[in-house]
Design a protein around this ligand. Structure first.
Ligand code: TYD
Length: 134
């Protein structure tokens, strides 16, 4: 099964522009507890470099573009996000990195839980060890 899981959101287009609505357990496959967004990444900046024990997230590039690397400890896959109507699922226990942010990139993330540092695996060797212990 592909590591890259893209969600295509319905666009409400009219002469005033476009609108996308995201609801818990509808467009987003979990109950949304938190929304955060990243912007202003300079040239050459990368973010992420962690996995989550339980958290599920969907990331949407609402402006600009960036590249996602997903790694489940066995396979690695990349995807470029450059469309506000497409989300990428960041499942639990998937190491993820974000690269190649465009200057105008605004990356919005909806998450299944509040911020809990204890849910983070920030060391790649620890991540691989946890994967192999399952
Ligand atoms: P960090 O996890 O380092 O970001 P990235 O995943 O892009 O590497 O988060 C940066 C800072 O923001 C860090 O001090 C923790 C804080 N933070 C919150 O307080 N709440 C949140 O929901 C998130 C995602 C981060």
């Amino acid at each position: 099964m592909s590591l890259i899981k893209l969600l295509r959101f319905k666009l409400f287009n009219d002469e005033r522009g476009s609108l996308i609505a995201l609801e818990s357990c509808k467009e987003i496959p979990f109950t949304i507890s938190r929304v955060y967004y990243m912007f202003g990444a300079g040239a050459g900046v990368s973010r992420g470099y962690h996995a989550h024990k339980e958290l599920q997230q969907v990331a949407i590039c609402v402006q600009g573009s960036c590249k996602f690397l997903m790694d489940n400890g066995k396979d690695k896959e990349e995807a470029i996000l450059a469309d506000a109507s497409i989300g990428i699922l960041i499942d639990k226990m998937v190491w993820h990195e974000m690269h190649n942010f465009s200057e105008d990139c605004i990356l919005m993330v909806v998450a299944s839980d509040t911020y809990k540092e204890s849910d983070y695996i920030r060391n790649y060797d620890d991540f691989i060890e946890l994967i192999n212990s399952k």
